[in-house]
Design a protein around this ligand. Sequence first.
Ligand code: A3P
Length: 311
Amino acid sequence: KAIYPELFVQFGPGKCFLPKYYSDHSEFIENFEVREDDLWLMSFIKAGTTWTKEMSWLIGNDLDYEGAKENTYVRFPYFEFDATWEVASVSDKLKKEEDLTPNSMQIVQNKESPRFIQTHLPWTLLPKQIRNGEKKPKMIYVARNPKDVCVSFYHHRVLIEGYLGSLDDHVEEFINDVVLYAPYWPHVKAFWERRNEPNVLFLTYEELKQDLSGVIDRTAQFLGRPVSVNEKEKLLAHLSFESMKANPYVNHDEVTDLLTKIHGVPKQSNFIRKGKVGSWKEELSQGKPSVKLKSSVCPLKSAVMISLQKL
Ligand code: A3P
């Protein structure tokens, strides 16, 4: 059963790999009205977005743990998320669940300030006002070792998209830039080059793992809301892997349970899954992928071929 959307586009100067539906929104995003007091959280998919979101939302909202009892998608919307992406990527069944998948860009546009906005879009596809420096909102970028991103992404695809390919298939697609938001390196590099700008905070997943306390301090300073020693103790506990995994407002259990049911497969992992640095060593095979891509097991690959032929 082909679950992945049928057609993709490689969009913009960086040829970012996106569902075809993105074209319907690109102009809206390009001309999106940015506010100086927005906080934008940018990342490649699976780089530690949810973790960084929770940390920065709490620091930016005066450690309001009551307020954090609202789904992270509502508090900190996923900017370019659109119902049609998900509907097409899952199945007709989800079409009936329209409430689950609103057009996030409209919601962000109408949100009161200060807005907390999350995006996986690369620098080249961000709203024009950010790229040309007309507006300078605070921006946090979180990066992660691409091998861990790649493995985490594979489990994400199995869980969220009902991906039918093997890990080797996925790796091949990842290194050939035919996975969502690819290519990876220019995505990170664009923010790495801007890491010293005063409105940019560049973090890594590995730093969060190694020294969350230090990262909290840097984020607190960046957001202008110092965190005391006592406050930090509670925040560290809240952001621990175990606590995040058990927190229904960040772990997306409702959505992943529903999707698993739709895919008709046993749930093999959770959104907040392993939470380790270097776990790629346990899963990636040595050398070149041994399995040749077959379009029968890998609907994405055939979809890509069709879309590229049509461009
Ligand atoms: P793994 O799949 O390697 O476990 P994103 O939010 O960008 O989709 O990233 C998800 C990754 O961040 C997953 O990685 C997830 O387990 C990890 N993660 C989320 N919260 C975490 C936490 N509190 N501590 C460590 N890792 C966390």
